[in-house]
Write a protein that binds this ligand. Sequence first.
Ligand SMILES: Nc1ncnc2c1ncn2[C@@H]1O[C@H](COP(=O)(O)OP(=O)(O)OP(=O)(O)O)[C@@H](O)[C@H]1O
Ligand code: SF4
Ligand SMILES: [Mg+2]
Length: 322
Amino acid sequence: MNDALLEVNRLSVGYKVEDGWLSAVHDVSFAIRKGEFFALVGESGCGKSTIASTIMRLSLDHNERLEGEVRFEGHDLIRATEPEMEAIRGSGIGMIFQNPLDSLNPVYTVGWQIDEALRAGGMDARSARKRTVELMEAVQIPDAARRANAFPHELSGGMRQRVMIAMMLSRSPRLLIADEPTTALDVTVEAQILEIMKDMRDRTGASVLMITHNFGIVAETADHVGIMYAGELVECGSVYEIFARPSHPYSFALLNALPRRRKRDGRIQTIEGTVPRILGESRGCRFANRCPRAMDCCRTEAPPRRELGADHWMRCHLEVNA
Ligand SMILES: Nc1ncnc2c1ncn2[C@@H]1O[C@H](COP(=O)(O)OP(=O)(O)OP(=O)(O)O)[C@@H](O)[C@H]1O
Ligand code: SF4
Ligand SMILES: [Mg+2]
């Protein structure tokens, strides 16, 4: 893809566990264009955070096994050195996490923590504080100059998440990764935070990789959607295509599990059966034990990629339109 900012090519990630290597992510490929809002959706444990932390190279250690490529502006992040990654984290790719208390330092005021990010970029203390207050205002923190002197525990969850977004914006990243940034918040605050992120994308042209359980968020914010199951990306397409024509039996089941009137407003419901835990190499389709349309070949052969339209595809043995 020519205008891709991020390209993930055939990425596989295994974790060493007591009984072998857990296949947390398997053969995942997708691309995010400049300015695009891409949502990665799937049940708990399907590998979403593993993809995010692999892109940021946050958790590489001897308990992980990686294959494939992650290209950001053409650079292969999997093979980048730590100093190269340091340069990319923050100003190239910024990340916000599910629980902002884990990422904010409890012993410093929130203003100081944003100042520090700006000072690390070469700004003097006075200009940094001025910019900090502007950034806090941009993420709709009321009375920002005063709130800059608050400690993280003095702010509500929604305000802390805004602080995290402001801190990330301070480095003007070209790709923003948000790993379930609103799960811990109530729905009104959730909607406000998403508005802020959309607004940021519109104003700065940054791309967003949003990780979520919530189809409501996907419908309201995303341009493109990837649906994951048990470590694999099973269907990918524009938000319109995915909602109008979910084609992989798993996507179909997920979208049909949402009551019609809540389709654009619901968290993923569980569907019958359990997600398999894959150790080592797996054969066949990982959804076969739950799939109402499974055939013999599904248990023995890896499903092929089927093109469903421009930029819309799935991995399944079913013939298209079957
Ligand atoms: N450091 C680790 N060591 C071993 N297993 C891990 C590690 N991190 C994650 N896993 C396992 O890898 C799989 C994928 O986990 P991951 O956190 O990427 O899923 P997720 O889709 O983000 O889930 P959730 O929606 O609950 O956040 C899970 O089975 C998880 O238990
Ligand atoms: S490959 Fe087979 S088991 Fe897997 S989703 Fe398609 S039909 Fe179902
Ligand atoms: Mg996660």
